[in-house]
Design a protein. Sequence first.
Length: 127
Amino acid sequence: MGTVHELATMLASLPSNVGANYDVGAPLWLGEIPYPDGYEALDPKRIWNAHLRGAQCSPGYKDCQETFADQGQIDLKGRLQAFLRDGYRGTLSLECEFTAQGLAQTETATRSLDGLLKVMSDAAASG
């Protein structure tokens, strides 16, 4: 796991036919805002897959915990609007590696997917 800025530096040293997975949440655990800060450092053409999820962190981006895709501090709507603006044609993956209190893992994933679909709809309508 690394920051998006570290990924951008690595990609800049590789041939243009090499792409990467852009995880919108992992950089939070390292104190980086993945969007817009991290995304702006990347060449959008080098993003071939994106993991989408929610995350909630305490101040200073400490003690981050995954949450539903439509909750937390990750600006998924802005992230998706930037993808639309930049003509993104890669894949999108819901990353749901937690189980919400009182829900089974499948129920957690379904709830997170429902939230993600709402955010996607909002992004498309206003983007």
